[in-house]
Design a protein around this ligand. Sequence first.
Ligand SMILES: [Zn+2]
Length: 308
Amino acid sequence: MSPESLDAIVTPLAIGVAFLAAIGIVVWVLRRAAIATARHAGAEPWPREWLRLLDRSVPASRGLTTAERVRLLQLSRDLIGRARWEGCRGVVVDETMQLTIAAQACLMSLRIPGEHYENVRDILIYPSTFVPRPACKRLVWMGTKDEQPEADLGQTWADGDMVLSSDSVKAGAAGPRDGQNVVYHEFAHLLADEHDLDPTRATVPQLFGPPIQCQPDVPNPDEWNRVLSESFDRLTKRLAAGEPSVLGDYAATKYAEFIAVAAEIFFEKPRELCAEEPAFYVQLSAFYRQDPAATATEPAPPNRNAAV
Ligand SMILES: [Zn+2]
């Protein structure tokens, strides 16, 4: 090959490589500039290392666009600042733990219009499973005198207090496709309360007469109520017949747990949920304004018991 013909090949190739490299640099600079601008747009910028921390601690966030990750960090920063964090039995609540919890909570509510988790107060974190004492369950303790409370991974009270197990938080974030996520579960209870998703709880007591039933804050309230009821009934019948379900036994205890467990499965095993309960998947997708089944790629491991 003559030097001229070699030149004819190498020169355009070099120009092409240089052109692509230049585009890559421009994109990288613009992306950094967008993130830097967003970091300082709020009242308090989030720390620069949070992007790296988010990638490492919350794998489920890796599929988000840059704008969505920035928005997620802003919301997480607000939630972290709004809650009072307390480690129990020797747990040290560091920034990684706070961001792991807040980012997953805000990942669920990322596309739901309005503010969320406004009434969050104390977030208590235990090392692993904990056994709640009746005295600590306040007014929601409905167990009988002889009933012994079971070990829990997480609990949420209507007044905005939450208890989480540190081990379960870490395991839930590290396994974004295993269908178990105590943070999704507990914050789904809060979202359900905020949006009146559970028709058995969403009532306003009246001084005279029966309580007023609230309409769920979803795109189609009547359809939500109908599909929720039918899906719940199907689950109880399926379990009674000894048939497996991606939702598991705990989801069949009551509507509130059905909705909370469904949030775990919706975000972590969306295709399985879509296959088992397509109509309910559509309702959840309309509420969360997300369609995780469309982007889910990893095969899911066998189901285990969900958080409580
Ligand atoms: Zn629950």
